[in-house]
Design a protein around this ligand. Structure first.
Ligand SMILES: *[C@@H]1O[C@H](CO)[C@@H](O)[C@H](O)[C@H]1NC(C)=O
Length: 401
């Protein structure tokens, strides 16, 4: 960490400008600080090693869900026990009690969703026990196997799901997003026990340089940015590294459904953390709300993106279309783990169960049902459909079609 960060923007500005401007300085600090670096007595207070380890575990799991050498036992061990990885540091973390399943569908804002956890374990078993044995067999309705077109070759289950995709995209909501928006940046975690009094009074966690509230916020930060090479860099445009939320935040932010949201999310993480340092819990919660809404939009935008891709690709590149549909299915699975900023998901579990039932068999799924999901998600998240935007464009682009 460079010396230039050793003094907070607030302290430096106060020294230069004098005390009369103090009421505006908090704002100044938030506006200018483009780095997630925070210190107490010269030591960094930011720590999220456990989150980085779990994100890397998810990446290795994803590799395993793509390999015909995997077994159900080995994959379930990685998912549920956090051991059995090629990277020995991950096994260390696993032996320390860290794993992906334990943090899946279990944010403090909602009751633990055991059914979702079970469905993810079922995808693992389905892949190992049914998809792998049929690796080189042609897939058909009711039979797992391989599907190919001139763009892509995929291995699918008996319903046509490319299971590594349904699994990994489900984890983006049920694990990464859930841990952030329904757990670590929510008051149910930030203010639990004596966290608020301790933070207000500068009481740090035992043997640590940070307060427990600061650490909770950092753990949320870690579930998004934990695989960034330099987490103190300006992450307003993240690298997209890893296979989970960071990758898709980057993608959505560069698209036209919610352009630029990665900038808002990063600024809100920095400002919210500063608000915790300042003991300003209203300011903290205002920033948390921005993060909840914006990161939830990533899920909605990806549902629309992949289901539209499926409809477009279906006729000419059927395997590529099924790949998109599998991703779309996983993002739909993720919808109950979104948070509208007021603690409610954009779609309830019950609603999503109904949608997934209609999407269940990819061999017989109806186009109008897929279109209905797209329309519903656009409406619920307030995304304007691209067609509507085109209608608003100046008439000069009219080529007489
Ligand atoms: C495993 O996958 C490789 C690569 O797709 C393939 O060449 C091989 O035939 C597969 N082996 C079995 C036993 O399915």
């Amino acid at each position: 960490m460079g010396t230039k960060r050793r003094f907070s923007a607030t302290a430096v500005a106060a020294a230069i400008l004098g005390a009369s401007l103090i009421p505006n300085l908090a704002f100044l600090a938030y506006a200018e600080k483009a780095s997630y670096s925070f210190e107490r007595d010269g030591a960094s207070t930011v720590s999220f090693g456990g989150q980085t380890a779990r994100l890397k575990m998810a990446d290795e799991l994803y590799d395993g869900m793509n390999s015909n050498e995997s077994t159900a036992d080995a994959l379930l061990q990685q998912f549920q026990e956090g051991t059995g990885f090629a990277d020995p540091s991950l096994d260390e973390a696993g032996k320390d009690g860290k794993n992906v399943a334990g943090k899946t569908a279990s944010g403090c804002l909602n009751e633990e969703n055991a059914a979702a956890k079970e469905k993810l374990a079922d995808m693992i078993k389905d892949f190992a026990n049914n998809v792998i044995p049929a690796w080189n067999t042609a897939a058909a309705d009711g039979s797992p196997g391989v599907l190919s077109d001139n763009k892509r070759t995929i291995n699918v289950n008996s319903k046509g799901w490319e299971v590594d995709q349904t699994f990994q995209k489900s984890l983006i909501g049920a694990f990464a997003l859930d841990q952030i928006v329904n757990n670590y940046i929510d008051a149910c975690k930030l203010d639990s026990g004596t966290k608020q009094d301790d933070n207000t009074n500068g009481v740090t966690a035992e043997g640590k340089p940070y307060t427990s509230m600061e650490h909770a916020w950092d753990e949320a930060f870690g579930y998004l940015y934990g695989q960034e090479e330099d987490a103190t860099a300006d992450l307003s445009t993240p690298s997209g590294s890893g296979t989970l939320l960071n990758k898709y935040l980057k993608k959505v932010s560069a698209g036209d459904v919610a352009p630029g949201i990665s900038d808002d999310v990063f600024k809100a993480f920095v400002a919210g953390r500063q608000a915790i340092v300042d003991g300003d819990y209203a300011a903290r919660d205002a920033q948390a709300k921005i993060i909840k809404v914006d990161l939830s939009k990533v899920i909605g935008a990806m549902v629309v993106n992949y289901l539209e891709a499926y409809l477009e690709e279906k006729a000419d590149t059927p395997a590529d279309a099924i790949h998109s549909l599998s991703e779309g299915y996983g993002f739909v699975f993720s919808l109950p783990f979104t948070n509208d900023g007021d603690g409610k998901p954009y779609f309830t579990q019950e609603e999503v169960d109904g949608i997934l039932e209609k999407m269940d068999n990819f061999w017989t799924i109806k186009e109008e049902d897929v279109q209905a999901v797209i329309d519903q998600v656009n409406e619920r998240f307030g995304f304007s459909a691209p067609a509507a935007e085109e209608e608003e464009a100046p008439a000069s682009s009219d080529d007489g079609r």
